[in-house]
Design a protein around this ligand. Sequence first.
Ligand SMILES: [Zn+2]
Length: 412
Amino acid sequence: MIGLSQIGKIDRIVRRLNDLSQISLTERGVTRLSFTRESENANQLVSRWMEEAGMTVRRDALNNVIGRYEGTQEDASVLLIGSHLDSVIEAGKYDGILGVIVGIEAVQILHENGVQLKHPIEVIGFCDEEGTRFHTTLLGSRAIAGTFREEDLESVDKDGITLARAMREIGMAPSQYRLAARDPRSILGYLELHIEQGPVLEKKNQACSAVSGIAGQSRLEFRVEGLAGHAGTVPVTMRQDALAGTAEIIQTVERIALQYESLVATVGKLNVYPGASNVIPGLVEGTLDLRSINDPTRKEALSRILEECQQIANRRKLTCEFRPVLESPAVPCSSHFISIIESVLEDHYMEPLRLVSGAGHDAMAVAAITDIGMIFVRCKDGLSHHPDEFASPDDIKSGLSVLLNTILKITA
Ligand SMILES: [Zn+2]
């Protein structure tokens, strides 16, 4: 085991996080969209750090930056470590980036100590996880997993520029995207360190955890229709108030969600029509988002919600329709990797915690071709996708040590 004392200070990580955060379209927070001048500058900086860490660096056919640290055994499968370099609008400086920089640091520590493992390691900075620019997520990691689709190239940004054109503008050949796909037989596994983006580690007073998997998700749009009318003249008992019905629906969603340990449910958006203070709402459109690591739980909860919403609508003489928008199954982390990460946590006198990731990550896509393992690092107030996002240097150091020792155990 490499102990925290051997890791020493982590000034280099902190400096790199700051340097990378400077490459931003906006003054406020970090805005780094894929296939832009900012992403090019970030790729160049990250490439330089990878070289300093003893890696040979290349870009693949989708502009993912990949640094390779050779192993001692020829033909040994490669351990991938990655996360993303793109961001949302006015993001923080840790989401995604931290996993890449800590991955580079882990390799640099091996390199500086003259340690070469049996297996090669590749650190990947994925080009586009958030989907901020082209509204299609996990572009980089899906290309590596071979699940990138031809039609993804036709996705357009807000200025009508297609992904294919954006790629050509930085000198890439979009039609070559298939070359980014990796052969599963050549890969040992994939590890990703990421800030938690939630409040659980802070509540548990612990720096890091393992991740059991990435939650499956159902996203739906709904429409509740009643009858608009005069807010002054129609007695409350005689109304078909779509918003009052929706309020009951939202409470039902919350009540059902609370009955399952591993379920979160959110009504995140409502449009009320006609939307006037003196008119009874005749129509409400909204969204429902349901997530769980347990797919049967999510499906059961969803069918209960749909059934109860129908009953509410009937009782209130409203019509209520749900339309599925997205359905993605849970992606479990490898139980082998989870138990290794848990044992490493115990070596660090931490509880072998495993959290569910309610957010999507590159690991989700990579899971199509290899075993995945994830390490979460505590972030302040669980805040993410915000300029005030923060992970403390001490917690990052713990994360680095957990990642490094996990690498050692996996490749042993
Ligand atoms: Zn992220």
